[in-house]
Design a binder for this molecule. Sequence first.
Ligand code: HEM
Length: 442
Amino acid sequence: MSRPLAELAPAETARVVRSVLVPLVAQGAIVRRPRLTAWAERHQSDREARRLLTALRDRYDGAPLCLRLGPRRLVVVTAPDDVRRLLEGTPDPFTAASNEKRAALAHFQPRGLLISGDEERRRRRPLNEDALDASQAVHDDGAAFVAAVERAADDLGTRALVDGGLDADAFLRAWWSLVLEVTFGARARDDHRLVAVLSALRRDGNWSWFRPRRPWLRRELERRVARHVADAPSSSLAGRARDADPDEAPGQVPHWLFAFDAAGATTLRALAVASARPEVRSRLVDELEAGKAAGGAALLPYGRACVLEAVRLWPTTLAVLRDAVRPTEWGGTTLPAGTGFVVVSGFFHRDTERLGFADDFAPEAWLDGRASEDWGLLPFSAGPAGCPGRNLVLLVASHLLARLAGLGLEVERGRYLADDPLPCTVDHLGLRFVVREQARTL
Ligand code: HEM
């Protein structure tokens, strides 16, 4: 049962807009803007947002905070029970295809599952779950994906030794080849034009309604995707989806590629922590060695927990949004259909009142069940529209992380990451790693 709604006064509304919503939109909801992510790290913008929401939560005793922004009514929830109600109540009465998301994502993935209406969702959700093998910790085609990870890690290792280090650009170039290979098979791994076109359309998506569509670019994206889907081996994500439903498959792929960007950012941040903490690094390496001995695409529980921890500490979905499709009752008030709901991930993920490990790097919390039972920890969302790519991401990212941890890299600015508490905002695009002297002479 929700507490009665707290209608925020205009001054409080202005503070939430300034400290929570503006930084969130400014950093780029669809693709991060490098200059603004650097700014966000310098100003630790997430800390201010978190401070304000904590104060409002305490003042209104966990009541949902109601803001009026012109004709739009937005409700920012501050209690895990309310998060649960929204996520379990998707797609009806709370649709994931919120106004803001539809406007932003339509630039490059108008047929994507996340912004699909009810009827299409019934077809597209099972297709996504099947292609991504959502319910399995290790994807059916995991062995092929781990082989692709090995190639990417070898490339990155060679490059790091030659260059004496690794920066985010070099990492991301190899990352996108890996993503293309997992999605479409090895023949697609050099189609960086596809990634560039998608990035351009995602940048348009950041501007949502305010940027005119570029149909010629979207047609190029669709042409490239269609060609790769047709050529994809059955042991790739696109091949699996095409074999199940050739008409719907191409429309789902742009979301997958877009979402892999978040997985790359998370792997980089987890690597930064591992490179600053010898005990994390050696545990990752030991687990990988044991997994290799067992053969195949090993499950790496500690590696997965490190990835989960990185995305908890620095969530890539800054806010989970829902719109009410019908009137809903909140603590005695009925809110009309069309009301928007906002779950600010960073606030819930770092809530010191709920979590003893809020600002610490605590992969153990994902291993002993503490984190998985908390509705406020939603890096991959949950419920019927929870991320079907979660297990796949954890497989690919944990294997890459463990292999890169074995390179003996040191992260510049490592002293910020070596100990708890960890900073609220880390600009992954500014990360740089150097090869330790010791590793260079091995
Ligand atoms: C670190 C990486 C990722 C994170 C943190 C993440 C997180 C999320 C979150 C929070 C949502 C729900 C959004 C909402 O409720 O509004 C979501 C949805 C989704 N994700 Fe992911 N995701 C990641 C990577 C991926 C990948 C790599 C894929 C596919 C290959 C994928 C496929 C999807 C799909 C299809 C949906 C829509 C689900 C639906 O509407 O039913 N995600 N993801």
